[in-house]
Design a protein around this ligand. Structure first.
Ligand code: ARG
Length: 431
């Protein structure tokens, strides 16, 4: 049965091909579909298209459907195209003809738009919260590992002293940049498209300010065509933010994999957090961080998938847009899973505290030596040459004491400032 049924049923193959994974994916939109319908019918009553009694009955009916959804018992029946159709059929089955009144002044294009805005807004909040948990973990690990030195590399060659405090804090501050993009994506999602109907508005005097208020959106997409165009753009902005977080996390995962390698041996994990080999009895592999790296690298391609899917679409609704759900829905969950896994793993990472005593890292301290000479009055270029010659003729001996005091250096991590920066952004998403 179709909402648009006019006495014929479509070919079965056509039906399967066009509905695709909607019956499964739309389940995630169900609660938002009901929420959007509730706001719509309240508005319809306020402009005289429903009586107060009809509104009451319809709200109760929708409330019952909301309970079914909350209990996890909502399904989209075989032969029903999507969540929008299912909710309307359920309502009409319960309430009779009054159920058929809720669709005045709107279209499924409108419904799916508003459902997706509400869904994306919530998912972006969830991603923000998961990012916040990882951020707090990184900052606290940075604080506790503040004094543990490790080699810093450039060109993957031994360079200058770094510290685990600096390393953890670097990923935390990097997430603060990603949060800027997440906030932008959230603001784009937090706009009301409802009232665009099929994409060109309605001759009913819809009160769009009222539905904006009822659904808690910060503003509306005023132009109805722009509202329709926001499908795809909302998802793309979210994908950009996800891609940014994913790129931060994939680099972190790479560092951990590298440092677990015996040639580095900087960090290790309890046995139960590693994986083994079917042939090599000694193996304790970093599969968790490899899977994280792979997933996060794939997540960075989501924005491209969306860009290609939506490139050059003509104005107005096109069914291609349905496929956005296949791309963005799993991506949001994958992002959260990776963030949560990092938050779970990192506090259990064991860090070697004596790494830099190894003679292979002697040259980490050449710049410290140059700086000491500069402080005692020697011009930098001369001091640089003196130490360089010592390295060359094998007489250089490191002094392993480091004195970094400027903002953001080993000795002055500025974690409080970084946390303030991050949480100011996070607060704008969670409220
Ligand atoms: N399943 C559809 C989608 O996600 C719902 C909108 C259908 N609208 C239409 N005109 N066929 O895009």
């Amino acid at each position: 049965m179709k909402l648009w049924s006019k006495g014929f049923e479509p070919d079965k193959m056509i039906e399967q091909f066009t509905v695709g994974r909607d019956r499964e994916l739309d389940l995630q939109l169900a609660r938002y579909d009901v929420e959007g319908s509730m706001a719509h019918i309240r508005m319809l009553e306020s402009i005289g298209l429903l009586s107060a009694d009809e509104l009451k009955v319809l709200l109760e009916g929708l409330g019952e459907i909301a309970t079914v959804i909350e209990r996890g018992e909502f399904t989209i029946d075989e032969g029903i195209e999507d969540v929008h159709s299912q909710v309307e059929f359920m309502l009409t089955a319960r309430l009779g003809d009054v159920g058929k009144k809720i669709h005045s002044g709107r279209s499924r294009n409108d419904q799916v738009l508003v459902d997706l805005k509400l869904f994306m807004r919530d998912r972006l909040r969830d991603i923000a919260a998961a990012t916040g948990r990882l951020f707090d973990t990184l900052i606290s690990l940075s604080d506790t590992h503040r004094d543990i030195l490790m080699p810093g590399y450039t060109h993957l060659q031994v360079a200058m002293p770094s510290s685990f405090g600096l390393w953890f804090g670097a990923y935390a501050e990097s997430l603060a940049d990603d949060m800027q993009l997440l906030l932008a994506a959230y603001n784009i999602a937090n706009q009301n498209p409802l009232g665009s109907a099929a994409g060109y508005g309605s001759s009913f005097p819809l009160d769009r300010a009222m539905t904006t208020r009822l659904l808690g959106f910060s503003t509306m997409h005023y132009n109805v065509v722009a509202a329709q165009m926001s499908r795809g753009k909302t998802e793309r902005a979210a994908a950009m933010a996800i891609g940014a977080i994913a790129s931060t996390l994939s680099r972190l995962a790479m560092d951990v994999c590298m440092w677990m390698c015996q040639n580095f041996g900087f960090v290790s994990f309890p046995d139960e957090l590693t994986t083994g080999s079917s042939i090599m009895p000694h193996k304790k592999n970093p599969d968790v961080f490899e899977i994280m790296r792979g997933k996060c690298n794939r997540l960075q391609s989501v924005q491209n998938e969306i860009a290609l899917l939506t490139a050059n679409l003509p104005l107005g609704y096109n069914r291609d847009l349905q496929l956005l759900k296949d791309i963005i829905f799993p991506a949001t969950q994958e992002m959260i899973d990776c963030l949560d896994m990092a938050t779970f793993m990192l506090p259990q990472m064991k860090v070697r505290t004596d790494i830099i005593n190894d003679t292979r890292y002697d040259y980490l301290f050449t710049v410290e030596e140059v700086n000491r000479l500069v402080l005692s009055g020697m011009p930098f270029r001369e001091a640089y040459k003196k130490v360089g010659l010592e390295v060359q003729d094998g007489t250089y001996r490191p002094n392993r004491e480091v004195h970094h005091t400027h903002q953001g250096s080993i000795g002055n991590l500025c974690n409080e400032e970084i946390a303030r920066k991050f949480h100011t952004l996070l607060d704008k998403i969670s409220h």
